[in-house]
Design a protein around this ligand. Structure first.
Ligand SMILES: O=c1ccn([C@H]2C[C@H](O)[C@@H](COP(=O)(O)OP(=O)(O)OP(=O)(O)O)O2)c(=O)[nH]1
Length: 123
């Protein structure tokens, strides 16, 4: 099985065990879980920041690269959950990523000196 497909399957299994079926939410539930997962992403991002010695006034800190890797994996959990709330499968995420990546290259090709609001509407 494709690795991204497997991650989506494992995440769905874990979330259901925790009590959330992201595929069976009504509109209100979707809005609530978009917020919950986004808040969790913010918290995990803060933990990732804390893995790096960012406090310019404190000298005791060390860069904990192993912990940073764990935080990235935690972020993946919540990001995949968020995609699932929004009805995206692994294939949907891959397709949208590939399209947006192409748009980003096109922007670099053209110098990206002006913002074109329409260049990513097809995604
Ligand atoms: O609905 C949920 C809730 C949590 N998790 C996973 C994501 C992440 O891998 C972990 C986050 O749990 P917790 O916040 O307890 O862990 P942590 O504080 O980040 O612990 P540590 O960084 O020490 O592992 O649980 C989910 O996948 N779905």
């Amino acid at each position: 099985m494709d690795k991204l497909e497997e991650i989506f399957r494992l995440q769905d299994e874990l979330n259901k065990r925790i009590g959330v079926d992201t595929g069976a939410l009504d509109e209100k539930g979707k809005a609530e879980w978009v917020l919950n997962y986004t808040r969790a992403l913010q918290q995990e991002t803060a933990e990732l920041i804390d893995s790096v010695p960012w406090k310019w006034w404190a000298k005791y800190q060390k860069f904990d690269e192993q912990n940073a890797r764990v935080e990235v994996v935690d972020l993946f959990h919540f990001l995949v959950s968020l995609a699932q709330v929004l009805g995206m499968s692994a294939q949907d995420v891959y397709d949208a990523y590939a399209k947006k990546n192409k748009v980003n290259h096109n922007r670099q090709d053209s110098g990206y000196s002006a913002k074109n609001e329409d260049d990513s509407r097809h995604i």
